[in-house]
Write a protein that binds this ligand. Structure first.
Ligand SMILES: [Zn+2]
Length: 431
C-alpha cells in the first residue's frame, strides 16, 4: 500500500489535546478546554501509511518525502478542513418497513405513546422486520452504512431491538455482523432490550421473558455483541428489570448502556452510573440527583437531538451536564420512528443552536468522546498509530460545519487509508 501525503490542509483537527477537566470550571474555561482538546493545527500535513496515521501536524514539522515508505503519493487538501472521521455512538440501523404515514399523523397531533398503544409505532417495525428476509435486512443496513459514510461517519454503534424476543434479537445481531463484514465502517454491535412484546407485558409471562433475555446475554456476547442497552421507561423495562439485565450483562463481560430519562424520570441514569455503564442515552428528563450520580462516574452522556426535535421533547441540558463535569457525546439515534436521520452534522448544529454547546464541544462529542463511549478508543483522533479514518470537508473552519444547518459538507472520506467517498460520492474503495 502506498504512503499518502495530504498537504495544504488549511485547518486540521487532530483531537489529541488534553481532555477537558471535570467540574468546577467557568463557562469560558470550559470552552477554551474543549478547543484545546481539538488541538487545531493550521497549515498542516497528514501522512498515512499501511492504513494508519504516520504523521499529523504542522507542515513545518513534516518528515521529508524521501524518508517515507515508498511509493509516496501526494495530494493537496486545497486549504480545506481535515478532521477525524465522525463516530455515531447510537443507532438502530437494522430494520424493515415504512413509517412515513405515522410521521405525518404524529405531526398532526397523535402522540408517540398513543400511536404505540394503537398497535402502530414500534410494533409495525417489529412485524415488518420479522417478515423481511435476511438478505433484505442486510441490504437495507448496508445502504444506511453507505449513507453514514457519505456524511463523514467512519465508526458507528448499531443496536438490535426490532425482534423483541431473544431468538429474533439474536438473528438481528447475526445480520449486523453479516453487514459489518461487507462494509469499511467500524461497527460496534449492541444487544438492545427495547420493549416487551404485547404477549409478555404482564405477570408471569413478563417475568419469564425478562429471565429469558437475561439468560440470552451470554450467547449475545459469544455472538459478537460489544454491549447491552436497556430501554428503561414507562411502557418499556422497569428500573428493577433494568438492574437485573445490566447486572447480568456485566457478569458476562458486555459494556453497559441504558436508554434513560427520555419520557419520564425513572432513576435509570443513576443506576447505570453506579454500574459503571459506558454510556446513558437521551436524558431529556435528567434531574440534579441523576447528574450528581453521573458526575462521580466515567459514564458518557449520549445526547440525541434528533429524537428531541422529532418528538418535541425538551432539549437535553448540555450546559448543566457540562457544569457537573459529565462527558458528552452526540448521536443520531437513527431509527424509523423518532429520529430518521444519519447526519451527525445536523446533530452538531442542533447541539449548538438548541442545547448550549460550543462548536468545539460539538466536535469533541462526535469524535473522540463518541468513540470512547462505544469502546473504540483508538478512533476519533488523528495521532500516529491511529486508524487513518478522516474527512476532507468543503469548509475551512470547523465552526462552518456546525453553522450550515442541514448541509452535507463532506468532500472526501478515507477509512484505513483508503478513499471511500470522493467529491461526495461513494467510490468502490480503491487504495
Ligand atoms: Zn435509541
Amino acid at each position: 500500500m502506498a504512503t499518502w501525503v495530504l498537504r495544504d490542509i488549511g485547518e486540521l483537527l487532530t483531537v489529541s489535546g488534553p481532555s477537558p477537566v471535570r467540574a468546577g470550571t467557568t463557562e469560558q474555561e470550559a470552552q477554551q478546554q474543549a478547543e484545546r482538546a481539538l488541538a487545531v493545527v493550521h497549515d498542516a500535513t497528514l501522512i498515512v501509511s499501511d492504513g494508519k496515521v504516520l504523521f499529523a501536524g504542522p507542515s513545518s514539522d513534516s518528515p521529508a518525502l524521501h524518508l517515507l515508505p515508498q511509493p509516496v503519493l501526494v495530494q493537496s487538501a486545497r486549504g480545506q478542513l481535515v478532521t477525524p472521521g465522525l463516530c455515531d455512538p447510537h443507532t438502530h440501523l437494522i430494520w424493515a418497513g415504512d413509517r412515513s404515514r405515522e410521521f405525518d399523523l404524529r405531526n398532526l397531533g397523535a402522540s408517540y405513546q398513543t400511536i404505540a398503544e394503537q398497535g402502530g409505532g414500534i410494533a409495525s417495525t417489529v412485524k415488518a422486520t420479522d417478515q423481511a428476509s435476511d438478505e433484505a435486512l442486510v441490504d437495507a443496513m448496508l445502504k444506511r452504512l453507505d449513507t453514514a459514510l457519505c456524511h463523514g461517519i467512519t465508526s458507528i454503534e448499531v443496536k438490535t431491538g426490532y425482534g423483541l424476543v431473544p431468538a429474533s434479537e439474536l438473528r438481528l445481531l447475526r445480520l449486523i455482523h453479516a453487514a459489518r463484514a461487507q462494509h469499511p465502517i467500524a461497527v460496534s454491535p449492541t444487544f438492545l432490550c427495547h420493549v416487551l412484546p404485547p404477549s409478555a407485558r404482564e405477570g408471569s409471562e413478563r417475568e419469564r421473558l425478562v429471565a429469558e433475555l437475561a439468560d440470552t446475554l451470554e450467547l449475545a456476547k459469544q455472538d459478537g455483541a460489544d454491549a447491552i442497552d436497556v430501554y428503561c421507561d414507562v411502557g418499556a423495562f422497569t428500573l428493577t428489570e433494568t438492574r437485573r439485565l445490566l447486572t447480568r450483562a456485566q457478569q458476562v463481560g458486555l459494556l453497559l448502556r441504558c436508554h434513560a430519562e427520555q419520557f419520564t424520570y425513572t432513576g435509570a441514569a443513576q443506576l447505570a452510573a453506579e454500574l459503571s455503564a459506558r454510556s446513558v442515552e437521551h436524558l431529556e428528563q435528567l434531574d440534579e440527583a441523576g447528574r450528581a450520580a453521573m458526575a462521580h462516574s466515567q459514564t458518557v452522556a449520549n445526547l440525541l437531538p434528533g429524537a428531541a426535535l422529532t418528538l418535541r421533547l425538551p432539549w437535553p441540558d448540555a450546559a448543566a451536564l457540562r457544569h457537573a463535569g459529565i462527558a458528552i457525546a452526540l448521536g443520531t439515534d437513527c431509527n424509523p420512528g423518532s429520529s430518521y436521520t444519519q447526519s451527525q452534522q445536523l446533530m452538531m448544529s442542533l447541539a449548538c443552536t438548541q442545547m448550549g454547546m460550543s462548536c468545539a464541544e460539538a466536535w469533541l462529542a462526535v469524535t473522540r468522546q463518541a468513540a470512547r463511549s462505544i469502546g473504540l478508543g483508538d478512533r476519533g483522533q488523528l495521532v500516529p498509530g491511529a486508524p487513518a479514518d478522516f474527512v476532507v470537508w468543503s469548509a475551512d473552519d470547523f465552526r462552518q460545519v456546525c453553522q450550515q444547518l442541514g448541509h452535507n459538507l463532506v468532500r472526501s472520506v478515507w477509512v484505513g487509508g483508503i478513499e471511500q467517498v470522493r467529491d461526495g460520492v461513494r467510490t468502490a474503495g480503491s487504495a
